[in-house]
Design a protein around this ligand. Structure first.
Ligand SMILES: [Zn+2]
Length: 268
């Protein structure tokens, strides 16, 4: 049994010149220096491949004014992975930038937290500020996947496969699961949006889109406890990830990096 994985971050899009006030509470709206990247992640070994999140498609990119470089499935193709042959996809939460393109993962079992499905299909969606990060077509597609018996629900922290577990890290969403992956450098926490940037969890500056700030702050502690070190926590949207970690291949510089090896510089 192989419980150790190669782990990659794949960038599929970005938003440029985002005001800092949109990245953390108290940010100066005149400071436009911070970009935001969109990623999916993949853990793979000789026994299984587990994809984390499925990004958005061209239509949603246009709708939201986001830049899309490649579809998530095309990003996986750069590593020789056929999305339709992937068995398991962990959906960290149902926000539009994490839970689109299900149709490119036809045979996958989707892993989702109970509380995230509840939030995305319940009374909270009657309110525009809470509904804003969700795309109704993705949520409907998830309902179809439930009816097709392609969804495994989780309630809190659970093991998905040997060496891979999900951990409830709420605050940004009501059912956000970060993913702990065993790699040759130890346990890496793919935080997803439990921390968008290094700055959010390191400097304790909350991202402004949230349902519960107290939970968000508690979740930062959980990320650090479950990863082997601060250098083992991978934020969900920080462009610095691609600077810190080596490219999977020289041709993939700025697109795909390896998270199963130490960063080129220590973040801590
Ligand atoms: Zn996100």
């Amino acid at each position: 049994m192989n419980d150790t994985y190669d782990l990659y971050a794949i960038k599929y899009g970005s938003v440029l010149n985002r005001p800092m006030s949109e990245n953390f509470i108290g940010g100066d709206p005149h400071d436009l220096s911070k970009h935001l990247d969109y990623y999916i992640w993949v853990a793979t070994n000789n026994e299984r491949t587990i994809v984390i999140d499925t990004g958005f498609n061209h239509e949603v990119a246009k709708l939201r004014g986001r830049k899309i470089d490649r579809l998530p499935r095309e990003g996986l193709e750069l590593l020789g992975i056929d999305s339709n042959k992937v068995d398991d996809v962990i959906i960290t939460h149902l926000h539009y930038d994490h839970a689109g393109t299900f149709s490119d993962f036809k045979n996958a079992r989707l892993h989702l937290q109970d509380s995230e499905m509840e939030m995305a299909t319940g009374r909270c969606m009657c309110h525009a500020p809470l509904r804003m990060p969700y795309h109704v077509e993705d949520v409907c597609e998830m309902v179809r996947k439930v009816y097709a018996e392609q969804v495994s629900f989780h309630d809190g922290d659970e093991q998905i496969a040997p060496g891979i577990s999900v951990h409830l890290c709420n605050g940004h969403a009501a059912g956000l699961q970060s993913v702990r992956v065993k790699t040759k450098r130890g346990y890496v926490m793919v935080a997803s949006d439990a921390t968008h940037f290094y700055l959010n969890f390191k400097d304790k500056k909350p991202f402004p889109i949230l349902v519960d700030m107290a939970q968000m702050i508690e979740s930062w502690g959980k990320l650090v406890r479950l990863g082997d070190s601060i250098d083992h926590v991978i934020p969900g949207h920080d462009p610095a990830v691609l600077d810190y970690y080596p490219a999977a291949d020289p041709k993939l510089e700025g697109i795909v990096c390896r998270l199963d090896v130490a960063p080129k510089v220590s973040i801590a």
